[in-house]
Design a protein around this ligand. Structure first.
Ligand SMILES: *Cc1c(COP(=O)(O)O)cnc(C)c1O
Length: 244
């Protein structure tokens, strides 16, 4: 699939710098500190050499949306979980039967969207003796094709996670609807932030909502203006992907 891709290290370094500069400008507009925003390089479909090149350019966080690719790349460049030099973020939909792979290889999981998946991850994390930091995925655009909980289901879902001692819910994640003008999706990012701000964790020790994982190549500046703490960026860093 990607074996014959040539990785242009200089182009990746320049792209990392350019995206960081755009994040900084968006932060300045919003009166935020760039230190609050983690740039996750989404390396799906690109070879592990692209991860190495971006790491050399200072990037420490990487995202994959398929378990198989995560396992392959994290096998070559381990995550902090195993004392490695990067953090691996599993950002794609996960089937329950792959929960163990994620617990083994992902530093952070961004797509928690059902109780049954939470139960599977909880069991595997308990077996492995680790705590898995998770984001709950929310479908803010209402598109039927999107994964994620309906906004109205998020708070009850968070309440139900109180029993999952090996999951630590650190934030909410979303994919906005594709839009020609990123201004169109600003209300979707605002909705995610409001869901975070209005959750009352009370005596739920597993939930400590601090982070918003939102914003991709087409809309990350608007996401940062609306409070994103984690932006997941592929195309602007590594170039266009071939159609799947
Ligand atoms: C592919 C992907 C991204 C990055 O998309 P770009 O538009 O290439 O920046 C972000 N989040 C998720 C969940 C993805 O699957």
């Amino acid at each position: 699939m990607y074996d014959d891709t040539v990785v242009d290290e200089r182009a990746i370094a320049a792209a990392v710098a350019a995206v960081r500069a755009r994040i900084e400008r968006a932060c300045r507009r919003a009166g935020r500190s760039p230190d609050e925003v983690t740039l996750i390089g989404v390396t799906k479909t690109f070879p592990v050499e692209a991860v190495a090149a971006a790491r050399a350019a200072g990037l420490e966080d990487f995202g994959e949306n398929k378990v198989q690719e995560l396992v392959e790349k994290a096998g070559r460049i381990p995550g902090a979980l195993h004392g490695g030099p990067v953090r691996w973020h599993m950002i794609g939909h996960l089937q329950r039967n792959k929960a163990r792979d994620v617990v083994r290889h992902a530093d952070v999981f961004h797509a928690l969207d059902s109780r049954r998946l939470a139960e599977a991850l909880e069991r595997r994390a308990a077996d492995a003796g680790r705590v898995l930091p998770c984001f709950v995925q929310v479908n803010v655009s209402g598109e039927p094709s999107k994964f994620g909980l309906d906004p109205g289901a998020v708070h009850p879902f968070l309440d139900a996670l109180a029993a999952c001692e090996h999951l630590h819910v650190v934030g909410l994640m979303t994919l906005a609807a594709p839009a020609d003008d990123p201004e169109d999706v600003r209300p979707q990012f605002r909705l995610l932030r409001r869901l975070l701000e209005t959750y009352d964790a009370r005596d739920n020790p597993q939930v400590d909502l601090r982070y918003l994982s939102m914003g991709m190549t087409g809309d990350f500046e608007v996401a940062v203006e609306e409070g994103a703490t984690h932006v997941r960026i592929g195309t602007a860093l590594f170039g266009a992907r071939e159609a799947p």
